[in-house]
Write a protein that binds this ligand. Sequence first.
Ligand code: SF4
Ligand code: SF4
Length: 149
Amino acid sequence: MFMAKLREAVICFKAGRVTLPYPAAPHDPEPGFRGKITIDPDLCFGCGGCANVCPAGVIFLHDAEQHARILELHWSRCTYCGRCAEVCPEDAIALTQMFETATDRAEDMVISLKVFMGPCQRCGRCFLPPTVLDQMDVAGFHEAGGGRP
Ligand code: SF4
Ligand code: SF4
């Protein structure tokens, strides 16, 4: 019995360390690791493609007002499949390397984004003006009641 334990100890010493020192030391995930999702407010134009494909029902969209669409990502349900990032035409969604996401606050698990939208001058439905200057021009146009100011 003692000799068996001694043999085991010798084998362990020879093998060296086989576990990671984390959490005593920081750990960098491997390349390609899929962690917490992030969304770039400068790139997202509120098309809803990500919400359509998300198998876990993480992403919700609603039009808050005529010029604003709200995106909410309830990412506690996220399975980190990466489908949303694949389909986003603007590469606005990415899966980061962040994995230390434990929290005791439910609000930490929701990402909210307000996307500025301009209403079509014919049908009144939202679209995103192409440039910031165009956005300044279009905002308020619909309420002004018809003509370009
Ligand atoms: S993140 Fe991408 S796919 Fe999702 S609404 Fe924004 S632009 Fe569309
Ligand atoms: S990574 Fe997958 S589960 Fe998570 S939000 Fe994107 S599509 Fe949904």
